[in-house]
Design a binder for this molecule. Structure first.
Ligand code: 13P
Length: 345
């Protein structure tokens, strides 16, 4: 098999660059349609292409965004300039990535828990994505906190899935984003999320070790340690930052170069403030940055409204949000910057 170490080194060095993060623009058609329809935007292949083109061609965005995760539809689309999307991204100084999992299925013998599918044929798909320009990939596993969940079975099955995927990616010279998402839905406390996250990450890194995944060439994309959305006791940014970093220190080897969080349904401001709080804590061995979808895109999509006339204003909003998160990734964000940013809707 070809030795792709050089490719992996080059890609991870760019994605882990200080002050930069990743934009997740890889919503499945069903998910982006839901987001568009909530704003009365029609969801067609064309509107999805126009919206994603708007995001990646935002002037100056490569200062804050090193890579963009694409959905397969976008990877295969041609931008209005006639270029294929991966080409367009590269021209704008951004690395193209691709979501490669095939979504969630019910995991038998659990209480409504889910398993991520997509391993069959993955090796062939990775080879194809690489020829199309993808340098990195994403696979998302989900865990919900409830009575008796996540179960040991779900934690183990998903850890194995993530590790099998990650090993295959590296064999193809593609940097894997390993995404175990503990959902924010529910009324659980931050303490419960703390325990669950420790178990999940411990299992994930055990499986990565068993599959001989080179930790130097992965990106961990976890959820933050935070209270459930319906929990009355709302944790402060300081509490979220401290709890998250404590769990990461217990479970994530220092060999992992960068940890890029998902936003998971937090408001844009919360996601930024919580990331900043982590970066105020001294002595972290890894880069701590973002790989948000909603927290980066919400205000931008609301400003765009599906109308080309609003594209420039939407790009400005996106740029500002990315800049605030870049500042948070180096501990230099303050809420006062939100107020100064009159562009934020
Ligand atoms: P959110 O930031 O909206 O949680 O999305 C990140 C992501 O890529 C989910 O897989």
């Amino acid at each position: 098999m070809t030795n792709y170490t050089k490719d992996l080194e080059t890609t991870i060095a760019k994605l882990a660059a200080k002050g930069k993060g990743i934009l997740a623009a890889d919503e499945s058609n069903a998910t982006i349609t839901k987001r568009f329809e909530a704003l009365n935007i029609q969801s067609t292949a064309d509107t999805r292409r126009a919206y994603r083109e708007l995001l990646v061609t935002t002037p100056g965005i490569s200062e804050y965004v090193a890579g963009v995760i694409l959905f397969e539809e976008t990877l295969n689309q041609t931008a209005s300039t006639g270029e294929a999307f991966p080409e367009l991204l590269k021209k704008h100084g951004i690395l193209p990535g691709i979501k490669v999992d095939k979504g969630l299925v019910a995991l038998p013998n659990t209480t409504d828990e889910q398993f991520t599918q997509g391993l069959d044929g993955l090796s062939e798909r990775l080879a194809e994505y690489k020829t199309k320009g993808a340098c990195f990939a994403k696979w998302r596993a989900v865990y919900n906190i409830g009575a008796g969940t996540p179960s040991a079975l779900t934690i183990r099955a998903n850890a194995e899935g993530l590790a099998s995927y990650a090993a295959l990616c590296q064999a193809h010279g593609i940097v894997p984003i390993v995404e175990p998402e503990i959902l924010i839905d529910g009324d659980h406390t931050i303490e419960r999320c703390f325990d669950v996250t420790e178990n999940v990450l411990h299992a994930v890194f055990h499986s990565l070790f068993k599959h001989k995944v080179k930790l130097e060439y992965i990106i961990l994309k976890p959820s933050m340690v935070i209270n459930g959305k319906k929990c009355a006791a709302k944790a402060t940014a300081e509490q979220v930052g401290k709890a998250t970093v404590t769990i990461l220190r217990r479970t994530v080897p220092a060999a992992v170069p960068t940890i890029n969080f998902l936003s998971g349904g937090q408001s844009p401001e919360e996601a930024t403030a919580n990331l900043n709080a982590m970066n105020l804590l001294p002595g972290n061995p890894w880069n701590l940055s973002f790989s948000y979808a909603r927290a980066l895109q919400d205000y931008c999509m609301k400003t765009w409204k599906g109308d080309a006339k609003n594209a420039a204003a939407a790009q400005k909003i996106f740029f500002e949000r990315a800049k605030l998160n870049s500042l948070a990734s180096v501990g230099k964000y303050t809420t006062a910057l939100e107020k100064e940013n009159s562009l934020v809707a």
